[in-house]
Design a protein around this ligand. Structure first.
Ligand SMILES: NC(=O)c1ccc[n+]([C@@H]2O[C@H](COP(=O)([O-])OP(=O)(O)OC[C@H]3O[C@@H](n4cnc5c(N)ncnc54)[C@H](O)[C@@H]3O)[C@@H](O)[C@H]2O)c1
Length: 337
């Protein structure tokens, strides 16, 4: 199969491109390099620099490349920025996303796998969170993911689009080739490793949560496990595959699956494990809580197992932090850009 990966020069997209190539598929990457790095893109994939929001150019690309399916990883994805500038999130993630879907429809590409997020759930009533939990995002980022999920659903009803919505929890870790470099970096593990390398001290946002050690609990998922799930999900969108086809004589419905390990680790657990991995104390301070940080976010991951036969194979913090640290030590300049 030939796959267009939007955001394939980013962290999740880049590792997914590698996994697709390793599984024998062909890949074209569409990335505007706004937060990505050209060096991430595997040499066996073609990189086209541009935005998926350009409907005409995307349609022509899909047609000229003979693309079979789309993995839509590209997005604006900073929660704080989305609170300060909601229009950017609606314009790019929602309006731009619809331009991508229109391009896909015009090119006859009716297979999409989408990088969604646990942020669509907001503050859950229960944990572990199942895919049936109500979607009540508490920031424009999560809202934009929820809105695009809705668009996928209605494209299924109107045009028979087959889609898989993957709601990631906290992505972590590295492969031998690719690690996490975001600017600004807002994720806990890379920030702990930056502090361990002599960069700015780590800030723990609140230690007065109703959790055993007072810090928020999150579900971490290794980026390589995530990539495996993407390959399985793309395969499942084949027109002959019953998993993504019309449901009970009705319309085509998106298949929705959480991607997490179903195990929660607190911020202090992560800090302790990071200190064990690097072999020294990590400078840190404790600040106030961040608005909108729920105490506990842990996925129920039974659906991904049931539909795709997927299981997280690298589910310990030691594997996630250890691989991230190994990559950082081997690439002290990141991607050199
Ligand atoms: N990293 C996480 O913990 C996490 C958790 C949940 C969901 N997600 C979602 O996963 C996806 C990938 O996240 P990531 O951490 O790899 O981010 P990233 O910033 O590393 O990658 C995003 C890529 O998309 C590209 N891009 C952005 N806008 C574009 C546009 N209009 N056209 C073409 N390319 C564009 C960027 O240049 C970048 O290469 C995002 O959709 C994000 O919302 C990530």
């Amino acid at each position: 199969m030939k796959v267009l990966v939007t955001g394939g020069a980013g962290y999740v997209g880049g590792v997914s491109v590698d996994a697709l190539l390793a599984a024998g598929h062909e890949v074209v990457v569409l990335d505007d390099l706004s937060t990505g790095h050209a060096a991430i893109v595997h040499p066996a994939a073609r990189l086209v620099v541009g935005t998926y929001a350009d409907e005409t150019a995307t349609r022509e690309l899909l047609k000229s490349e003979g693309v079979d399916a789309i993995l839509h990883c590209a997005a604006r994805s900073l929660v704080g920025e989305s609170m300060a500038n909601p229009a950017k999130y609606y314009r790019e993630n929602v309006v731009g996303g619809v331009a991508l879907l229109e391009a896909a429809r015009a090119a006859g590409v009716l297979r999409v796998v989408f990088s969604s997020s646990a942020s669509t759930y907001g503050v859950p009533d229960e944990t572990p969170i199942t895919e049936q939990a109500p979607l009540r995002p508490i920031n424009p980022y999560g809202e934009s993911k929820r809105a695009f999920e809705g668009a996928l659903r209605w494209y299924g009803v109107a045009y028979g689009l087959r889609s898989v919505i993957l709601r990631y929890f906290n992505v972590a870790g590295a492969t031998d080739r690719l690690g996490e470099v975001h600017r600004p970096e807002t994720h806990l593990i890379p920030n702990a490793l930056i502090a361990a390398s002599g960069g700015r001290a780590l800030t723990l946002f609140g230690e007065d949560y109703p959790t055993p050690d007072g810090t928020p609990i999150r579900d971490y998922i290794h980026v390589a496990d995530l990539a495996d799930a993407h390959v399985a999900a793309l395969v499942a969108t084949d027109s002959a595959d019953a998993r993504t086809g019309p449901v009970g004589g009705g319309p085509t419905e998106p298949v929705i699956a959480n991607l997490g390990t179903s195990t929660g680790f607190s911020v202090k657990d992560v800090l302790r494990e990071a200190e064990a991995v690097v072999g020294r104390p990590i400078p840190h301070t404790v600040g106030p809580r961040r608005a909108g940080d729920p105490p506990v976010l842990v996925a129920s991951n039974g659906r991904a197992r049931e539909v795709f036969g997927w299981a997280a194979g690298r589910s310990t913090l030691a594997e996630m932090i250890g691989s991230a640290w190994a990559w950082r030590r081997a690439h002290p300049e990141g991607y050199g850009d």
